[in-house]
Ligand binder design. Structure first.
Ligand code: SAJ
Length: 446
């Protein structure tokens, strides 16, 4: 579909409305596979492509290939594969017949710069596989200016005409992939207003939330900014928590009372910020404006990245109060929770991994538990038995309901570090535990 070919756009609009449009999805990670399933369930014929043979084989067998619970998705995947609506393969040739190709590949950062190799590889692949008429929609999060820049240049048909490009940034979250896909509002950016309208038609077939048509740069700014602002807000909570510790306050109580004030919304302090979105999206946002030095964004990233180290400092305080001193190499720590978020096994950029690194650098022996992460010890009591301290790094439900008396009996030294404010101080004291909790200071001496 070449710009100005309104006839081709009208034909595509009809095919979308009639669900006869043939659709390709390049990148069958949690984001790409979820949207592929949703499109197939909406009635389209979807061709999935991924270079990972294990993934495409699993999809072909109707099996959801990722760890963690995703309500309804595995069942829906089996259904649409069984109906022949969704296929998956590694060769991109199958995309030659599609009218729309979605791209959902990873866009990590290396230091503070976007690593767009997966995206540029995908665009190069599509340029060679797609018909000149096909519409391409980027779902990956990218620095502002990417879709209208390098993406459009790589995708342009050999005739040099610019292929119309859409950008509909994903807004999903592990554990709620399908629910978020259906209920989260979406921004539909287009290289022309007509392209944005086509995205509205397409996403309107499976999204039950408001859709907003806009241009490419606005869509790129919205996505990166929505995560950058969350990262900055979390950094404020973390810095306030450290102030509360030093001043002898209780962060949760301070937060509760501050949030009673209209227009305030202090988020939760914690052991750090992980995941596949927040640690990188501030840098992607900043990269779109090379003339602007991102002072606040960079400081917020530094505050959040300092929190795993702060957990180790809380441990040090706990051991000192329990023993009068601490010699790191003789210490054994039970680290509870390796995932970046409660209720999931996803360890991407997890603060726990950074804390483990720091502890092991000190020569500390670390045993690890997580109820969700694959290949982690699932028997919590085996992990804590004989440890000098337990460090709660994730707000998993299992840690919110811990038998604290049993924990006290299992520990060699009764120290607990609480990185997610899930251990009630009174209950910890009653169980004879020395609690060091982020955001909770000991009352200053009179
Ligand atoms: N975190 C805090 N304090 C908070 C909130 C989060 O320390 O108050 C930490 C979490 O422990 C985690 C990290 O930040 O380590 C990220 O948490 P998150 O709740 O933001 O979860 P994500 O990374 O899966 O965020 C995604 C984002 N959605 C998309 O990028 C599409 C985010 O913008 C959403 O707000 C979030 O899901 C959501 O709540 O849906």
């Amino acid at each position: 579909m070449i710009r100005g070919s309104l006839g081709a756009m009208e034909a595509l609009r009809q095919h979308i409305r009639g669900r006869s449009a043939s659709i390709g999805v390049l990148g069958l990670g949690p984001v790409g596979l979820t949207v592929a399933v949703a499109l197939a369930h909406a009635g389209f014929r979807v061709r999935g492509v991924d270079r990972d043979l294990g993934r495409t084989a699993a999809v072909t067998q109707g099996r959801w290939p990722f760890p963690g619970l995703e309500p309804d998705l595995p069942q829906l995947l089996r259904e649409v594969v069984g109906q022949g609506r969704l296929t998956a393969q590694t060769s991109p040739e199958t995309l030659a017949v599609v009218e729309v190709a979605l791209v959902a590949v990873d866009t990590p950062v290396a230091g503070a710069r976007a690593d767009l190799r997966s995206l540029t590889d995908a665009c190069t692949t599509l340029a060679g596989a797609l018909s000149p008429e096909a519409l391409v929609i980027i779902e990956s999060t990218v620095p502002p200016g990417t879709c209208g820049g390098v993406v459009s240049r790589l995708l342009g048909p050999s005739s040099g005409l610019r292929r119309p490009v859409g950008h509909c940034p994903e807004r999903v979250m592990p554990g709620r992939l399908l629910a978020n896909l259906r209920t989260m509002p979406r921004v539909c950016g287009g290289s022309t207003p007509e392209v944005a309208e086509l995205l509205m038609e397409l996403y309107g077939t499976f999204v039950d939330a408001p859709l907003s048509a806009t241009d490419l740069v606005t869509a790129e700014l919205v996505k990166t900014a929505e995560n950058a602002v969350r990262d900055v807000n979390i950094a404020f909570a973390n810095e306030l928590a450290r102030i509360c510790e030093d001043a002898g306050g209780d962060f949760l109580e301070v937060r509760r009372l501050v949030n009673q004030c209209p227009g305030r919304d202090v988020l939760l302090a914690g052991a750090g910020v992980g995941g596949h979105c927040l640690p990188k999206d501030s840098w992607l946002l900043a990269q779109g404006a090379p003339e602007v030095v991102p002072q606040l964004l960079a400081s917020a990233r530094a505050v959040n990245d300092s929190m795993p180290g702060h957990m180790v400092e809380l441990l040090r305080r706990g051991l000192r109060s329990a023993r009068g001193s601490h010699e790191w190499p003789q210490v054994r720590v039970a680290l509870l929770g390796t995932a970046y978020l409660e209720g999931t096994g996803d360890e991407r950029n997890s603060p726990s991994l950074r804390a483990m690194e720091i502890l092991r650098w000190h020569g500390v022996s670390v045993s690890v538990h997580d109820p969700w992460a694959t290949a982690r010890e699932r028997d919590l009591w085996r992990v804590v038995e004989g440890a000098d301290a337990a460090m709660v790094m994730v707000g998993h439900e299992e840690y919110r309901t811990l038998d604290l008396r049993r924990l006290r009996a299992a520990l060699r030294t009764p120290v607990v570090v609480d990185g997610r404010q899930v251990i009630p101080p009174a209950a910890a004291a009653a169980a004879g535990l020395l609690l060091q909790s982020v955001g909770r200071g000991s009352a200053p001496s009179p």
